[in-house]
Design a protein around this ligand. Structure first.
Ligand code: C2E
Ligand code: CA
Ligand code: CA
Ligand code: CA
Length: 276
């Protein structure tokens, strides 16, 4: 880097400059995406051991005017590095709660749980608890049907703050799930200190089941531990009957994955529910 003028630093590596340009273009587009209505939530059904529909996970999609449907892996990480994740996170929570409230009026959707992904930055906001409370109040969604999905790295950042927020939100009836379990540097003692409801086994442990002995052993250990702590266990990324059968034999409580359904638009989800 070479200093150009007073406060600007220019990069002369063309590939680095190109990457920075791409990122600032993306940032700009994200800033406009919310007000242009380019975001949507898709809903992936979740099932219990008896194959009954119990709920869904809300998954964010960006309908880009030029590039088409963009997966969250392409813009969530960038959004998290800036504060763009904050308005996006608020939009997700508002839209998910509105959907939950709408489901309460349908005979077959009433009582379904809805999982919502929360980003680290969003959770760390000092007024996160108030934000959630306000969204619940204005949407009239039932807090008992809302599950907030947190990840290991974010809950371990500031454990005292995490405990305070989880405790306050649980008093409203909200449920908590620990997402991507096993992929981070999990501190098992934290599991007992945080009053979580659910543990979500990451799809990276599921994909090679049951043939991969190491993954099978990890999954068995996770399920055994979670059950002994009284946690509900859901496996994501379940694509085959063999995977489901193995998880079932180990005592897994719930499933989500392409074996059952891909994430669906709100409309397609209602059609799916109607067809069960
Ligand atoms: P995640 O929370 O671990 O979500 C599960 C991902 O696995 C989703 O990818 C889902 O579409 C995918 N999946 C579900 N079943 C299967 C399967 O059987 N096989 C395979 N191969 N994949 C399956 P998606 O929708 O692309 O989301 C990726 C990640 O983006 C999510 O991972 C989550 O961390 C993040 N994300 C999604 N929506 C939101 C959101 O609203 N807010 C935040 N902060 N993050 C979000
Ligand atoms: Ca998730
Ligand atoms: Ca995952
Ligand atoms: Ca995740």
């Amino acid at each position: 880097a070479k200093t150009a003028g007073r406060n600007t630093v220019r990069f002369y590596d063309p590939s680095m400059q190109a990457a920075l340009d791409r990122r600032s273009t993306l940032e700009n587009e994200l800033r406009h995406a919310i007000k242009r209505g380019e975001f949507t939530l898709h809903y992936q059904p979740q099932f219990d051991r008896l194959h009954r529909l119990i709920g869904a996970e809300a998954l964010l999609r960006w309908q880009h005017p030029r590039d088409g449907l963009i997966a969250p892996a392409e813009f969530i990480p960038v959004s998290e590095q800036t504060s763009i994740i904050l308005p996006i996170g608020s939009w997700v929570l508002e839209t998910a709660c509105a959907q939950l409230a709408a489901w309460s009026h349908g005979e077959r959707t009433r009582g379904l749980m809805l999982g919502v992904n929360v980003s680290a930055r969003q959770f760390r906001q000092p007024d996160f608890v108030d934000q959630v409370r306000n969204v619940l109040d204005s949407s009239h969604a039932n807090p008992e049907l809302l599950t907030l999905e947190l990840t290991e790295s974010m809950v371990l950042g500031d454990v005292a703050d995490t405990i305070r927020k989880i405790t306050a939100l649980k008093q409203l009836g909200i449920h908590f799930s620990l997402d991507d379990f096993g992929t981070g540097f999990s501190s098992f003692s934290c599991l007992t200190r945080l009053s979580l409801d659910q543990l979500k086994i990451d799809k990276s442990f599921v994909v090679n089941l049951p043939g991969n002995g190491a993954d099978a052993a990890i999954v068995t250990a996770i399920i055994t531990m979670a059950r002994s702590l009284g946690l509900n266990i859901i496996a994501e990324g379940v694509e085959t009957e063999m995977q489901r059968a193995f998880l079932d034999s180990q005592g897994c409580h719930a499933y989500q994955g392409h074996l059952f359904s891909r994430p669906l638009t709100g409309e397609a989800f209602e059609a799916f529910v109607g067809g069960i």
